[in-house]
Design a protein around this ligand. Sequence first.
Ligand code: PGA
Length: 252
Amino acid sequence: MRKKIVAGNWKMNKVFSEAETLITEIADALDEVELINTEVVLCPPALYLEMATDVAYESNFKVGAQNVYPADSGAFTGEISPLMLKALNVSYCIIGHSERRKYFKESHDFLLQKIDALLKHDIRPIFCCGELLPERESNQHFAVVKKQVEESLFHLGVDAFSKVVVAYEPVWAIGTGVNASKEQAQEMHAYIRQLIAGKYDVETAENTTILYGGSCNGKNALELFSQPDVDGGLIGGASLKAEEFMQIVSSL
Ligand code: PGA
């Protein structure tokens, strides 16, 4: 059975003391709940990964990075390697987020290299895909997502692919307060699962965790997560408050 996941993408928010408080609050709240076949992943800024993995060691969540450079070491000023992440017990890494595609011009090919670099160290990529508003309005959303998934993931063999988590994040829903409807989310998630079944096999598709992201919050999580192909969420703004984040976790 595929795992359910709620992942918090903190983006570039919180100074250290605030990050410590938020992580501690979430860790304490997680102590009170029983998670069955469910993983909670916190993805703070890179500076706080060590603190987060220290807390995670005695708690019920995993730690994810927001970015990685596709080389183990070398002259890449300012970058962080998968080897460094692994040494800190980081379990996941977000790849292909629309903000990185847009502001840092990350190409399909660069994302592919990052995916390979992570998998080499057994770090699970959370691969983001999703269309822009004009692409949905012109009915190209399926084609856009298909291309993103095919070009950055479908070179993988089936064993490597089984480590990947997919996150469908329509760009028009990210940080806007306008989430995809449950029907829109379900339709795209089922489509992605069908692509995976076509490339690999039905079992691999059924075992792949596909998250929804984009203005998912404490109010709409239950409705979105109740869809058969929505296996949890990648949460931005609403992951920055412990209470709301825990409300989302308990919506799984
Ligand atoms: P949001 O962001 O929940 O603030 O819309 C989601 C994301 O970018 O992963």
